[in-house]
Write a protein that binds this ligand. Sequence first.
Ligand code: NAD
Length: 476
Amino acid sequence: MYPDLKLFIGGKWRSTEADMPVVNPATEEEIARLPRASVSDLDDALDAAVKGFRVWSRTSPRARADTILRAAALIRDRQEDIAQSITLEHGKPLAQARLEVIRGAEFFEWDAGEAMRTYGRIIPAAPGHKFAVHHQPVGVVAAFSPWNFPMSQPARKIAGALASGCSVILKAAEETPAGALHIVRAFEDAGLPAGVLNLVFGTPAEISGHLIPQDPVRLVAFTGSTTVGRHLTTLAAQNDTRVLMELGGHAPVIVCEDTDVHTAAVSSAVRKMRNAGQVCTSPTRFFAHESIFEDYAAAFAARAEATVVGDGRKDGVEMGPTANARRIPALAELVDDAVAQGGTLVTGGARLGNTGYFFEPTVLMNVPDTARIMQEEPFGPVAVINPVASLDEAIEQANAVPYGLAGYAFTNRADYIDRLVDEVEVGNLSINTLEASMPETPFGGVKSSGYGREGGTEGLENYMTVKNVWHSARIV
Ligand code: NAD
């Protein structure tokens, strides 16, 4: 069921030393060994990507779109196989893995359409002169995708790059390599020319340290933590290489007094536990108006406690383990610190069982602003619910972190919504829903949550450069 892990370079699968274990986080059993790219593998991938770029950037947008759509159709056909691999390596419930596969296919389908709409512009000029603005693919992209969505995260980057006419070297997450590998297989079967999409695995710092300073690399596309994103941005800056950075978030949820408290609380708790909270847009800091705070927190905690936690392969499981062992101490430390500083632990707060990286659905209440969790993204199934006296206070709290990726609110008051739209510092604001993005909407952050957008009509801009052409009818 789990694929044979190999590198894919220049259109060929390649086996290398495989010494990094890939572990099922629900059982801690080894399911595979990850092949590690050597420096010469990376150099081969660079050569292949340069050749691939020559071919692909000169392929018509319609032909590019056709190939991408064929790959997306294969991904849809292979939904079950891909979902099974994702659940095995990541732990998420199978139903969520199936949805992730479809979301990945949708990213490809949307960007395939956008490939044909990378319009330029004609600028009025003096007689005998023409000014035309062209959008052209930037070149070879070094892409780094994280482990929280093993399939849809790499899909997003590959979709944008290939639709724009770029070639890609993707370093997929070492914990969850199969999602990306399935995508590559689909593109191979869809007839993508050799070298356009290359897949490598290995030690992240070694791969980024080698690839990013290379001349042919014209864009670094990364999703992950702000700390790593800053490091990669610094590396890229030394070579004047562009970056697309989707970094951390610490999403606020403003719960206004006019909302349907129970429905909002249940929706919040379910959404918080999705993917075991390992989502950059995960709602985490809940600011509920003091008049409804007790009711909201009680309903939230009751639903959080009722979450069915277990191996994602079992029917009815709503939340799997966290994806790797290091989340457990990271989450426990944040909870302990919040409690030590005077916060109330309403439910959860500790590892669940002795096998698998399970963490209890956790709700904290009345946590002081000084607690680490008020500033640090937990990236796990932990929610903080605090009371606020007014919308002013809620907005101030929402903006009181260096991050600005997603933000949410529950309200139907037009005057509140007007202020939220103007004043909450995020790239994605959702009202009365805790969904943050769709393939057709631009996704990305402000402040320390990153630069650039994926999806929407904006998504391909990162992968393209602007060239102005001045054509004079006569030599002047
Ligand atoms: P981490 O910062 O060590 O790694 C995050 C990701 O970056 C991983 O996929 C890793 O493979 C990659 N990475 C790390 N060092 C790298 C390097 N030098 N070059 C290239 N890639 C590198 O953290 P972690 O323990 O894996 O995850 C925890 C934190 O990461 C979370 O708190 C969260 O903020 C962030 N994260 C964010 C997302 C997201 O969707 N934005 C996804 C995964 C992790």
